[in-house]
Design a protein around this ligand. Structure first.
Ligand code: TZP
Ligand code: MG
Length: 211
């Protein structure tokens, strides 16, 4: 059985932006702060390094009842029994991934325009990423910002859960939250924070005010 995807703040790892702390240290703080959905995203490590971190994070997320999604690596996702897999537009196509992982794993797909969003729905995605809403420097080779207009389109027309992402900071969080996407992701704003627990509490409070 597929688990329901928790709503609210969606956390993503980014060790290069974590001010010298490693992903495990960051994840422990995220979990202590009550994060209920977490994606492991790491572009600069070997497969083995990623697998080792994911094994530890899988155990931690089970202990804290946190939903765990692996970015890109279907083999790592399967071998650690993550709850989900996240795919970009240039990754393994959704239908191919579904044939490999079976029906119980959640699959999320990054989308940047209505055509991609509708295709993800047709092909059975469990949620879509909607972004980058604003300009971001966290992701390499990222496309231009899609703006709040695309988020508005998705909220109105796309019936599966939507994760707003890209350039979201405390300064623009209310503008995003007012569209009530199922989830909101701030990457650097959270992992680079000195006090992650306080930062998460502050973000959750703002998001919850709009839900
Ligand atoms: N996908 C679209 S934008 C992005 C990803 C992984 C990075 C968002 O990072 P930030 O720091 O919240 O702008
Ligand atoms: Mg990818």
């Amino acid at each position: 059985m597929k688990k329901a995807i928790p709503r609210g703040l969606y956390a993503i790892t980014a060790e290069n932006f974590s001010n010298g702390r490693n992903n495990i240290e960051i994840v422990k703080e995220l979990l202590d702060a009550g994060v209920k959905i977490l994606q492991y995203r790491e572009k600069k490590k070997t497969k083995l390094e990623k697998l080792k971190q994911c094994e530890i994070i899988r155990q931690l997320t089970l202990n804290y009842n946190c939903f765990f999604i692996v970015n890109d690596d279907i083999d790592i996702a399967m071998s650690i029994y993550s709850d989900g897999l996240h795919l970009g537009q240039d990754d393994l196509p959704l239908l191919k991934a579904r044939a490999i992982v079976g029906q119980n794993m959640i699959i999320g797909v990054s989308t940047h325009n209505p055509k991609q969003a509708n295709k993800a729905v047709t092909n059975g995605a469990d949620y879509i990423g909607v972004g980058p809403i604003f300009q971001t420097f966290t992701k390499e080779n990222v496309i231009d910002a899609v703006s709040l207009k695309y988020l508005e389109y998705c909220v109105m027309h796309i019936k599966i859960p939507k994760v707003a992402i890209g350039g979201i900071k405390f300064s623009n969080l209310p503008e995003v939250a007012k569209f009530k996407p199922d989830n909101i992701c701030m990457v650097t704003e959270i992992v680079s924070a000195k006090n992650i627990i306080e930062t998460i509490h502050k973000a959750k409070k703002i998001i919850n005010d709009y839900y």
